[in-house]
Design a binder for this molecule. Sequence first.
Ligand code: SF4
Length: 245
Amino acid sequence: MDYYSLYTLLLEAYGLQGWWPLTGRAGSGAYNEKGYHPGVYHLPESGNEQFEIALGAVLTQNCSWHNVRICLERLSAAGLVNGEIIAQMDETELADYIRSSGYYKQKSRKLRILSRFLVEGSWLQGCAGNKPSRAELLNLWGIGEESADSILLYAYGVPCPVVDASARRILARFVDEPSLSDETIRRGMEFAALKGEAEGTPPVSFLNEFHALLVKHGKAVCTKRNPRCPECCLLSCCAYDKQKV
Ligand code: SF4
């Protein structure tokens, strides 16, 4: 079974996920109370919304979204979801706002570096503005592939796959290939996105949902320890040795 078929099974099981959540829009229009927007692939209109996504992509490194949301709400309440402000802010002061995300001193530094880059490059002009390149983002201290790809996909509408821990775990188990490389996963996702496009789903929407669905499945069923195979929507086609469960 290919990634496109896997995607359709996950979509049938969980429905549209509505990523990336924006706290500033929570409860308004198509956005639910947590800022998700299922079925609406609304790219950020303003630089501050792009910046909120970039903030979230760094804060979520080794951290649950629940704790990231606490940080984002604190920053938002203080009027700090703004690249120009964070770029100038004292690192210790910023660290205090993001304690709940863990590794907050490191993350404060990462956010200052990222903010300066985004402001100095005039990259916070809304989705119709210019986009930084993947190589430029990866060149910044503290920005790895998952963070860079999340920023490009969700803040800038660049159709790039996001390979995270859930994707690695589920897709490696799915083909019973523990050493599946990120590059193989990325290529498989890109190929699936082309198939999705032929079926009428734009690549950005497809890759958005695929990433979100894999995260959902990784939390709900294909967990790090003790995956719940008997109740999995992929059970009949997954190659994972169920004797291990
Ligand atoms: S059958 Fe088990 S190992 Fe395979 S995807 Fe489902 S939960 Fe994960």
